[in-house]
Each structure stands twice: as C-alpha cells, then as structure tokens.
Design a protein around this ligand. Structure first.
Ligand code: TYM
Length: 331
C-alpha cells in the first residue's frame, strides 16, 4: 500500500497559502486515493529552529492538528501525530546529517532567505533543517509528499539523501516523490506579489489567516494590490497581484482560471474582489466552525494518541533496522 505523508511547521498563523498549497491537496488526495495510507504531522521540532514562546508553540501545535481535521481530512484514515512525540525522527535526523554535505545545505534557498533576514543568531538546527525533514519522510517509507512549491528544493535534497544512503548501505529507504499542485502551489503576498504569502509575515494585510473572520477576509481582499490596467485577465508578468488573486479564486473554488477570466470580461476589479472575498468566506467559515468544536474536544487528543502509537510502532522498527544496517550499537 502506498503511503502519502506531509507536515506543517507551527510558526505564525496558518495561512490561505498553507491551505491551498498543502492542506487542500492532502484532503483531495485522500478522497481520490482510497488505497493509500495517509500520515500527517505537526513539525514542532522544525519550529524551534527559530526561538519560540513555549506556551504559544504548544497552542499552535494543537491548532494545526485541529485545523487539519477541520479542513476535511478523514480522521479514521489519517495517522495524525506530533513530530517531537516520536524520538526516532530526531535519531534518524542526526544520522542523516552524516549523509548530507555542507555545500548541499548551504544551497537551500529557505536557509539563505532566513539568514538574509536574520543575519545574526542563526542556529545550527536551521542549517541542518533539511536532514530532519528528510528523516520525517523516509523514516516512514513515504512514497508521495504533497507540498507547496517552496518545499520542492527540500524534497529534492531528501531524495538525494535517501539515494545516497541506499547506495552506501544497500536499498533501505523509499525515495519519495513530491506532489505539487498545478494551481495554488505558490500563493503570493496580497500586498507584495513578488513575495510568497507567509505565516511569519509581520504585515497581516499580506496574508489571510485561516482564523480570520469574514470582515477581515473581505477587507484584505479588497485592499490587495492590483494594477491600473483595470482588465481582468491572467498576466503574471504585468498584472502580478491580479494573477495571484485569480489563482486563489481558481484554487479555492475548484475552477479554471480561464473560466473566471471569461466570467469577468468587461468588468472592473471591484466585483471580482467582492466575489472572491465571498468565495473564501464560504470555504473558511465551516472550517472555522469545525475547528472551534475540535480544539476543545477529547476527540482531538484521542486522534493524536492513536497517531502517535501507529507512527511510533513503524518508526521504532525501521530505526532498529537502520541502526543495524549502519553498524550502530552491538547488534
Ligand atoms: P511550512 O509549515 O512552511 O508550510 C506547510 C505547507 O504549506 C505550503 N505553503 C504554501 N503553499 C502555497 N503557497 C504558499 N504561500 C505557501 N506557504 C506554505 C508549504 O509548501 C508546505 O507544503 N519544512 C516544512 C514542514 C515539514 C515537512 C516535513 C513537509 C517538515 N517536515 C516533511 C513535508 C514533509 C515547512 O516548513 O512547511
């Protein structure tokens, strides 16, 4: 049986980018692929590569777990767990640090971006981040990893690491394939369409949080940067802001960009933006309602307990074999 796995890091608030690029794809795949297993986790160890407030980190970790289910995942078919609750993730992450080179890690654009923003206090774990990410994936023998475009490079490195390990020690890990959506893989910032929408952004007008209320969503879409051309068409070079809004529209409403462009032919941006705001509200309102019920429930705790158990069992056995393979320990 094929296994599909993915994770989200609990930093900042979850955005519409996370939803369209990752969560929604995961839900779709689950509906489409009835013969696959689904592993999904909250990457709290990745979050502490930059300083976090402990109480906020814990809250966001649970928020993401609840949001995953609120967005429509089938809880009976998803192994949902928290990364730090399975120590083998770290154990393999460390081993994989010995199977990746400094030069490869230095080339990671996410690392370079973070360094250019932070300049000082760069932690060692921020640098070795991709080794832990590779471990998250290959420890569970995942076949497919649905992610947004920004994780593509990390996925390529995970494949390189898995192949390198297999070449050195004999076939052992499955080399994972990324699944990147055709539309919505890179949702851009609403105020600056040259930058991807990010949950760590300080300007909250640039992103829509999955927790935003109706008024905030409509306000943010209304104030999203467009252009003075005034014609609704898909032109990601000259009308970047509008192209991003069209992508959001197509992705959230499951429609073709061309259909939407045809619908708004001869109209200005005002109606288009109003309708887009409504579309987003229509999707996010029920998700927020589900989340509100789940976050307080024992059910969420039970799902996470079950997830930890299933993932732990797999990780324990795989790790025991892995250590044997590379000569660690006595037998
Ligand atoms: P993270 O938490 O930054 O993002 C979670 C998922 O959301 C996608 N995403 C986007 N998609 C479209 N447009 C955007 N603006 C946008 N912003 C984020 C990301 O591509 C991702 O799929 N390192 C990972 C977490 C992780 C992981 C893993 C993922 C840790 N281990 C193993 C997969 C497998 C991260 O920080 O994602």
């Amino acid at each position: 049986m094929k296994r599909i796995l993915s994770g989200i890091k609990p930093t900042g608030t979850l955005t519409l980018g996370n939803y369209l690029g990752a969560i929604k794809q995961f839900v779709k795949l689950q509906k489409k692929m009835s013969d696959c297993e689904f592993y999904l986790f909250v990457a709290d160890l990745h979050a502490i590569t930059v300083r976090q407030v402990p109480s906020e980190l814990r809250k966001r970790t649970l928020d993401i777990a609840a949001m995953y289910i609120a967005c429509g995942l089938d809880k009976d078919r998803t192994v949902l767990y928290i990364q730090s609750e399975i120590p083998q993730n770290v154990e393999l992450g460390y081993i994989l640090q010995s199977n990746v080179y400094m030069g490869e890690l230095e080339r990671m654009t996410q690392f370079k971006d973070k360094v250019s923003k932070q300049e000082k206090s760069i932690t060692a774990s921020l640098f070795t981040y991709p080794a832990l990410m590779a471990a998250d994936i290959i420890l569970y023998d995942a076949d497919y990893v649905p992610v947004g475009d920004d994780q593509k490079q990390h996925l390529e490195l995970s494949r390189t690491i898995a192949n390198r390990f297999n070449n050195s020690y004999g076939d052992f890990f499955i080399v994972p394939d990324p699944i990147i959506p055709e539309v919505g893989a890179r949702i851009m910032d609403l105020q600056n369409p040259d930058r991807k929408m990010s949950k760590s952004d300080e300007n909250d007008k640039g992103y829509i949080s999955l927790f935003d209320d109706e008024a905030a969503i409509k306000r943010k879409i209304k104030s999203a940067v467009t252009d003075s051309i005034g014609i609704v068409k898909y032109d990601p070079i000259n009308q970047k802001g509008l192209a991003n809004l069209l992508t959001i529209y197509a992705s959230i409403a499951d429609r073709n960009i061309e259909d939407i462009v045809t619908q708004y032919a001869g109209q200005n941006y005002k109606q288009f933006k109003e309708d887009l705001g409504n579309e987003i509200v229509k999707v996010l309102s029920p998700i927020q309602e589900n989340y509100g019920q789940l976050i307080k429930s024992q059910e969420l705790q039970d799902i996470l307990d079950r997830g930890r158990e299933t993932a732990s069992n797999y990780a324990f056995k795989k790790m025991r074999k892995c250590k044997r393979k590379i000569g660690l320990g006595r037998k």
